[in-house]
Design a protein around this ligand. Structure first.
Ligand code: NAD
Length: 285
């Protein structure tokens, strides 16, 4: 049996970033605008620190100007909203990113919805998600946007294909469902209460998994020849990163599969750069 093609998210992301570098330079020379991204990291969650560090490094490499804010874990909701209001007003800032999760005493939706939707480069505000569902121009959340690019690197036309999204978070699963609907797939969304997940997987031409459960999806659940995108990030006892799909087994069934690391992760960061650039371009209109 042939092994699946590996979808190299790192290489695809690197290619896209070359174009972003050019577009950032062009915006500076034609309109004197430097795309600016504000990043807010509350407290000192180690995983969040790592994700923010990766995003900051990527922004700097493409010429996006960073505005970094590190409130203490005990910051109040009111103080955070005040900070976001000041960033909403700042003309040098085109995107505002609040790294999730926030501490338990803070209502995340209140904070996210304080972001001006025109600067919501994560695409998490109710306004942006509503626009996504109703197929209006918006900031498409970065991970689903990146997953679509990975899927399209394998499949030209998604029309009528059966897609299964596993996980129903507001930041990955639900927007992924809508991105695939917009691309004319027939989409099923599975979650922790779903019955007979293996059977649903077996019917999926496209499988996107965002659960956070190491090797949840077994190789023999996968439809032969299908395209599998693994969004999960899990840490083993010896600090290695694994996905939600049993990669070794799955490679014997899938037609193409994205690895962890090196699949959805670099694409998420790249789509954040894309959305920030888009916001800066729109500010010039
Ligand atoms: P989440 O952690 O908010 O929720 C997990 C989802 O999985 C829930 O909707 C739940 O219903 C579902 N679920 C739990 N157990 C299940 C089971 N046994 N069968 C089917 N569904 C089940 O989700 P999230 O924030 O989207 O994160 C999911 C994973 O993706 C995490 O590992 C996270 O670290 C990772 N992630 C990666 C990126 C990236 O850039 N690669 C971005 C975002 C999230």
């Amino acid at each position: 049996m042939n092994l699946a093609k590996i979808i190299d998210g790192k290489a695809i992301a690197a290619n896209l970033r070359q174009n972003i570098i050019k577009d950032v330079l062009e915006l500076k020379s034609s309109k004197n605008i430097i795309p600016g991204l504000a990043v807010i990291l509350v407290g000192d969650n180690p995983a969040s620190k790592l994700y923010v560090r990766n995003k900051i490094t990527a922004c700097k490499k493409v010429g996006i100007k960073l505005f970094e804010f590190y409130p203490e874990a005990n910051v109040s909701e009111v103080e955070l909203i005040k900070l976001i209001n000041s960033l909403n007003e700042n003309k040098e800032i085109h995107g505002i990113l609040v790294q999730l999760p926030l501490p338990d005493h803070i209502n995340s939706m209140n904070i996210i919805n304080a972001i001006d939707p025109r600067k919501d480069v994560d695409g998490f505000t109710a306004t942006n998600l509503g626009k996504l569902v109703t197929e209006q121009d918006c900031f498409v959340p970065c991970t689903p946007q990146g997953c679509l690019i990975l899927i399209k690197s394998i499949i030209d036309k998604l029309d009528g294909l059966n897609a299964l999204v596993v996980g129903r978070s507001n930041i990955v699963g639900k927007p992924m469902l809508h991105v695939l609907i917009q691309n004319n797939c027939t989409v099923t969304l599975a979650h922790s209460h779903t019955k007979n997940l293996p059977l649903l997987c077996k019917q999926a031409d496209i499988l996107v998994v965002a659960v956070g459960s190491s090797n949840l999806i077994k190789g023999d659940w996968i439809k032969p020849g299908s395209t599998v995108i693994d969004v999960g990030i899990n840490y083993t006892a010896d600090n290695k990163i694994t996905g939600d799909v049993d990669f070794k087994e799955a490679a014997h069934y899938a037609g193409a599969i994205s690895p962890v690391p090196g699949g959805a992760g670099p694409m998420t960061v790249t789509c954040l750069l894309k959305n920030t650039l888009k916001s800066a371009l729109y500010s010039a209109l």
